[in-house]
Design a protein around this ligand. Structure first.
Ligand SMILES: Cc1cc2nc3c(=O)[nH]c(=O)nc-3n(C[C@H](O)[C@H](O)[C@H](O)COP(=O)(O)OP(=O)(O)OC[C@H]3O[C@@H](n4cnc5c(N)ncnc54)[C@H](O)[C@@H]3O)c2cc1C
Length: 377
């Protein structure tokens, strides 16, 4: 039995990817949804996101497949390179699972598609509305990101720890011609760089280095592109050409956060980065937010008792997001191997990629083949 969302009033804090996706999912099931967002406008903020099929299934079920295809690039998979630019392994993830879409998209385009669909489904999105005090409401959803007030209200203050890694991100004009359908990852000692096309003539770059000095966490800090070029001066292949085109770059410190112990109290509930910020090494931050959104709406729709629905949502999501976050933490080490460990690691990957590509890619089946629509609330 579903239908328990009909005409329920629900307020969401935050119009990021988590907030807009859950707003749309709830409205499509009959709820009256209001989203409060502190930003005064949806601006061109952020850079690239990779949206793997596990989130793609949700977005397609919400009716967004064609709108997304119009503003994203389909990815064939990932190619790993060494620092000199030589190929170490190729993972044709899309060919491995026909029919499943891996998309590469600018964050602002995804937000735009979600916002348009949410408004069309009857959601009220109020901009320029910072929520300073949490209102007493029958149901309040905290989709308020990394520094979530709702998380703090449920869990008290917490201190994330700095991983010793800092990331730059930049958008550059893409190489001429048809966009290369692979995300490319270049690995060097203590650093790596990922780049992929976003369509509309843009290419995304994320470059991570281990450095002990601290950089603030957040998406709005700027740095001098010369620092990025200097950090990757020893890299070959396409990297020097790409970095020469960087005119502006953001920088952020990578912090590890605990998955929040408490996601809900029967009346307030969190999802996305508010519940479980992750390091970017599995490209699953936005993807987990989208999975959360579907599961939260499905639980509220299927389970008449709100406290029971919220508890079920947390129970369904914690094991999965914890496993994904641990996989991302592990990749932080794998990409940055030094000395003999690096030679061995790369030789192993080369061998696997040639002799048993299915085995290499099969390591990620549990992430990409997951179908949130098939999970029983
Ligand atoms: C400006 C920005 C740029 C980003 N750029 C990238 C990027 O380039 N690449 C990448 O991989 N990821 C990026 N991310 C992160 C990525 O979008 C998230 O990790 C992921 O999508 C999870 O989304 P979320 O909706 O849970 O959180 P977020 O995307 O952080 O959204 C939270 C929303 O809540 C709003 N909010 C917070 N507190 C309040 C409050 N008190 N009252 C009202 N509104 C509030 C924020 O303004 C924000 O819009 C960016 C996030 C932001 C906010």
């Amino acid at each position: 039995m579903t239908g328990h969302l009909q005409s329920r009033d629900i307020t969401i804090i935050g119009a990021g990817i988590a907030g807009l996706t859950v707003a749309l999912a709830l409205a499509q099931r009959g709820a009256q949804v209001t989203v409060l967002e502190r930003a005064g406008a949806f601006r061109e903020v952020g850079a690239g996101l990779q949206i793997s099929p596990n989130a793609g299934r949700v977005l397609e079920a919400l009716g967004l497949g064609p709108a997304l295809d119009a503003v994203s690039v389909r990815s064939d998979g990932v190619v790993l390179h060494d620092r000199a630019g030589r190929q170490v392994a190729r993972m044709p993830l899309a060919a491995h699972r026909p029919g499943a879409a891996f998309r590469m998209i600018h964050r602002a385009r995804l937000v735009e598609v979600l916002e348009r669909a949410a408004r069309a489904a009857g959601v009220t999105v109020t901009l320029d509305r910072e929520v300073a005090e949490l209102p007493e409401l029958p149901l309040l959803i905290g989709a308020d990101g990394l520094h979530s007030r709702v998380r703090r209200a449920l869990n008290g203050p917490e201190t994330p720890f700095f991983t010793g890694q800092t990331a730059w991100r930049a958008l550059i004009p893409d190489d001429p011609g048809t966009p290369d359908p692979y995300a490319r990852l270049f690995m060097g000692p203590g650093r790596h760089l990922v780049s992929y096309p976003l369509g509309r003539g843009l290419r995304n770059i994320v470059a991570v280095v281990e450095r002990p000095d601290w950089t603030a966490e957040g998406w709005s800090h700027q740095d001098d592109p010369a620092h990025l070029r200097a950090a990757f001066a020893g890299f070959g292949g396409k990297v020097p050409g790409w970095l020469a085109r960087v005119e502006q770059t953001g920088i952020w410190g990578l912090f590890r956060h605990r998955v929040a112990p408490c996601w809900q109290d029967g009346r307030r509930v969190i999802l996305g980065d508010a519940a479980h910020p992750t390091l970017p090494f599995m490209a699953q931050g936005a993807v987990m937010a989208i999975e959360d959104a579907w599961t939260l709406a499905a639980c509220l729709d299927a389970i008449p008792d709100q406290a029971g629905a919220l508890a079920r949502y947390q129970a369904l999501r914690v094991p999965r997001v914890t496993r994904v976050i641990e996989a991302a933490n592990g990749n932080a080490r794998n990409y940055h191997l030094t000395g003999p460990a690096r030679l061995l690691g790369h030789a192993g990957l080369r061998g696997l990629s040639r002799l048993a590509p299915g085995l290499l890619m099969g390591r990620f089946d549990w992430i990409y083949d997951h179908d949130p629509l098939a999970v029983r609330p």
